[in-house]
Write a new protein. Structure first.
Length: 271
């Protein structure tokens, strides 16, 4: 639930806020994948509990369904850009990554496209057979998805495991707790309903009020520098995890932006 909530804030922020890295801007978008065996950890339920209030709060943000081709994704994003006032921003919601990506060992074209779009390019072109060159401006893609360990292990190509797409994922594993609740509806009390309404209100506020460039709190900047220089050592990781650890600094900064937006409407502090 916590990582779904983090994903919702990232989706609400989109390209509205960023951290200037000098030569480029880092945006707080994330590709989050919940990992658990089927029906044991209620991955789809967690996603639905987050996506439903998000869609009610911010229906204007484009949501992409369970299955699409690279050409279809490009077509949706390029169509947005035909309106000069819109950006190529969208989120992917997939309760089963096996449906979204199919068997990527046979066709990894969608994986490669999503890998390119993770960096939120200001301009991205894609050549299609039917429509020729499609142009996407100000891209920002977020993902909230779920997968079983076996599918992830057997269906992602080896080159994507050792870098590329895999290194851009945040994989959230939660084994079964053994707890059972035959009547989840009994926990939907007045306070819970109020919390859902508060979530929708806060997502709207984050989307409309949190805009601009994040700046460092100096204590936070020192803490990040200490971690980055002394504790983040991607070269010591096993080969297929080096890409992820090499990108871990970006993940830390993205989560700092999301945390800051969660606590305040004012840009200016990244803790």
């Amino acid at each position: 639930h916590m990582w779904v909530a983090i994903g919702l804030i990232a989706m609400a922020l989109g390209r509205n806020a960023w951290y200037n890295r000098g030569a480029w801007n880092l945006y707080p978008n994330l590709y989050i994948v919940l990992i658990a065996e089927s029906a044991l950890a209620r991955k789809s339920t967690s996603l639905k509990m987050g996506i439903d209030p998000f869609q009610q709060a911010l229906p204007e943000i484009e949501g992409l369904g369970q299955k699409f081709t690279p050409e279809a994704l490009v077509g949706v994003l390029a169509e947005m850009c035909r309106d000069e006032n819109k950006r190529a921003e969208a989120y992917i919601h997939a309760s089963e990554m096996s449906v979204l990506l199919g068997r990527s060992t046979l066709d990894d074209s969608l994986l490669k496209l999503l890998t390119d779009l993770w960096d939120c390019p200001g301009l991205h072109t894609y050549q299609t057979r039917g429509r020729g060159k499609e142009v996407m401006r100000d891209v920002c893609i977020n993902m909230l998805a779920a997968s079983t360990p076996d599918w992830l292990r057997n269906s992602i190509p080896q080159e994507s495991l050792e870098g590329g797409f895999f290194s851009r994922l945040i994989l959230v594993q939660r084994p079964s707790t053994g707890e059972k609740n035959p009547f989840p509806e009994d926990t939907m009390n007045v306070k819970t309903q109020e919390a859902v309404e508060n979530i929708k209100h806060d997502l709207q506020m984050i989307n409309t009020q949190v805009h601009g460039d994040f700046e460092w709190d100096m204590d936070a900047k020192k803490a990040y520098a200490n971690w980055y220089c002394h504790y983040n050592e991607p070269e010591t990781a096993v080969s297929f995890m080096r890409g992820y650890y090499g990108r871990k600094g970006d993940f830390v900064l993205k989560l700092a932006m999301i945390s800051s937006a969660n606590f305040s409407n004012e840009i200016g502090r990244a803790h």
